[in-house]
Design a protein around this ligand. Sequence first.
Ligand code: PEP
Ligand code: MN
Length: 264
Amino acid sequence: LVSRDFHPGATIVEIGDVRIGDGMAPVVIAGPCSIESVDQMMAAARMAKKAGASMLRGGAFKPRTGPHSFQGLGEKGLKMLRQAGDQVGLPVITEVMRIEQLDAVCQYADVLQIGARNMQNFDLLKEVGRLDRPVLLKRGMSATVEEFLAAAEYIVAEGNERVVLCERGIRTFERATRNTLDLSVVPLIREMSHLPIIVDPSHATGLRSLVPVMSKAALVAGAHGVMVEVHPDPARALCDGAQSLDGPAFESLMSELRGLAAYL
Ligand code: PEP
Ligand code: MN
């Protein structure tokens, strides 16, 4: 179902006025790693909107490595995300970690994000496959392309064809970057599948200095968009500050991407 062999042409995923896929302008999804407060979320939403992003992200249910790290605001956070998105006029995306969270997340979010750690949570994949809601499926940190596409297949097989793939870096021996951005899968997956694919250079590198150049590289490689972490005050972020762009840095990235898009 997700293979090009049986599906000529490309899938365009529509979220309101936003279209992701072949022939469409590259989309930029921006927002903080975690929703922290009404003020932080509003400031991030204004930053995203002002610079020209087309969708707002923010995590309310956070899959943190350790149990003592900030776990997210849960449903309270979802409300802040929705409110901020409505306020600036951007659709919103947030991660869902468990089936039990789906009702709440669907009440507030336009797009459901399945995180890297849940890429092979097959029950969750099947459940979002039964919903009428676009899904952003992130590649598992040790998932092969075959496993990544098989995970997407679980969603599409249940009837939900609105799946966007996201390369977010894989685990390798290299520790200088948080993960290793596997950019070659972008053109490869475009050959293999009709589903759109975007890149998350923030989680892929873990370093804000690398985010702009890897965002551009992603678009050159054929990505249909990027998802970037931005924060009004990265130094105080409760999660992933080191890879988050502040307002001025995000604006300059956006203007670079606009310049690049003219050549693509
Ligand atoms: C995220 O995008 O907030 C996130 C947790 O990313 P990943 O699932 O790719 O680690
Ligand atoms: Mn993050």
